[in-house]
Design a protein around this ligand. Structure first.
Ligand SMILES: Nc1ncnc2c1ncn2[C@@H]1O[C@H](COP(=O)(O)OP(=O)(O)OP(=O)(O)O)[C@@H](O)[C@H]1O
Ligand SMILES: [Mg+2]
Length: 341
């Protein structure tokens, strides 16, 4: 069902994304060592990755909320478990992995344990191609982040049959995480393939809404669809939000937009005061460093040192909230207009 808010899991559920799937399939065939999948929040990264993986040997690991090594290994076990049917044969003789019916247990401590690197090493030795998908990897912190970085670098150098795919919505933070531009990092200067998940065109968005509504026996007028498309700007997660709300009985587009804005506002409230001030300045038309500074000083009466303002703007860019003083998501733009600072 297209308006299901959960990530799609199979190619037949996925709307569009032919090109992105093609790029990922190419990487799997070529056994590229490292692929980065980027895209702003709600653009459909997780859906793309899960649907892509359907056809290949590999696992999807969601790193959101993973704080400890135990959490990490739990998630890897979950990833293995959800693919046990396909991977059972491959995992049969892997040391540290126990298959119990439909569950896979990874022993990560004590005797007969296996590390993530050890697991990949054994899989690599089977000669079969294997994909490790790490979603929201940039949010991890030490010691988990350190283990992941080590694993990625080790696989890059030594494991020819393993392709690691990392993904996340905070594009700058993700780039920083893998460190290809950082001379201190293990992956400095390496070739990394990048697949960007983009927004749907207006036409695709219209088709998406029509198809989603038709699945559920609804046929809203073209004016309703066009209005939604122009507000949500091809961001598929918002289109789903709109479609689902409409189907559930909300008929006023403005009400649905207000609900979306409220959700976005909650997300923006996690930012610090300086970030919120900068966002507010941008909603008031500040389109350069100087204008942002002027707005904050004159309108909000707050003095921010030069270097710290630059850092704040860079941070918002790294989080993929703005780019060149523009919001990447129009709903965030609306949400920032009424942000308390
Ligand atoms: N190609 C697609 N076809 C149909 N629905 C999609 C597609 N891509 C994403 N969706 C839907 O859009 C919503 C957001 O998708 P998803 O969770 O995959 O995005 P995301 O980029 O991973 O988001 P986040 O950054 O929040 O993790 C979900 O409801 C999902 O089902
Ligand atoms: Mg996701």
């Amino acid at each position: 069902m297209l308006f299901d808010p959960r990530p799609k899991k199979s190619r037949k559920e996925l709307f569009n994304r032919i090109e992105e799937l093609h790029h990922l399939d190419e990487s799997a065939v070529a056994r590229d060592p490292l692929v980065v999948v980027t895209g702003i929040r709600r653009i459909g990264k997780t859906s793309l990755l899960l649907s892509f993986l359907e056809k290949w040997n590999g696992i999807y690991v969601d790193l959101k909320g993973v704080a400890t090594t135990r959490d990490l290994y739990d998630r890897v076990s979950e990833g293995l478990t959800s693919r046990v049917r396909r991977l059972g044969r491959l995992l049969k003789n892997i040391h540290g992995v126990k298959i119990m019916g439909f569950e896979v247990e990874l022993k990560w401590r004590g005797r007969d344990s296996v590390s993530l690197i050890g697991l990949l090493e054994q899989i690599d030795r089977t000669g079969e191609r294997f994909l490790l998908v790490l979603d929201e990897v940039q949010a991890t912190k030490p010691p988990v982040s350190a283990e992941l970085k080590r694993t990625i670098a080790y696989a890059y150098d030594n494991l020819d049959n393993i392709t690691v795919i990392v993904s996340g919505s905070e594009i700058g933070v993700l780039h920083e995480f893998i460190g290809i531009d950082n001379p201190e990092s293990m992956l400095y200067g390496r070739y990394v393939k990048e697949v960007e998940v983009g927004r749907f065109t207006r036409e695709q968005s219209l088709q998406f809404l029509k198809a989603g509504f038709s699945e559920q026996g609804f046929t809203p007028g073209m004016d309703v669809l066009r209005e939604a498309v122009s507000i949500f700007d091809g961001i598929v997660g918002w289109l789903v939000f709109f479609g689902k709300s409409y189907v559930e009985g909300k008929r006023d587009t403005r009400d649905i937009v207000e609900m979306a804005v409220r959700t976005a506002r909650k997300e923006l409230l996690r930012l610090g005061k300086r970030e919120r001030l900068v966002l507010k300045a941008i909603t008031r038309g500040a389109e350069s460093w100087g204008r942002v500074k002027k707005y904050i000083e004159e309108r909000e009466g707050v003095a921010i040192p030069k270097s710290s303002l630059s850092r704040t703007i860079r941070k918002l860019e790294k989080l993929s909230i703005i780019k060149q003083y523009q919001f990447l998501d129009p709903i965030y733009d609306l949400a920032a207009r009424e942000l308390r600072t």
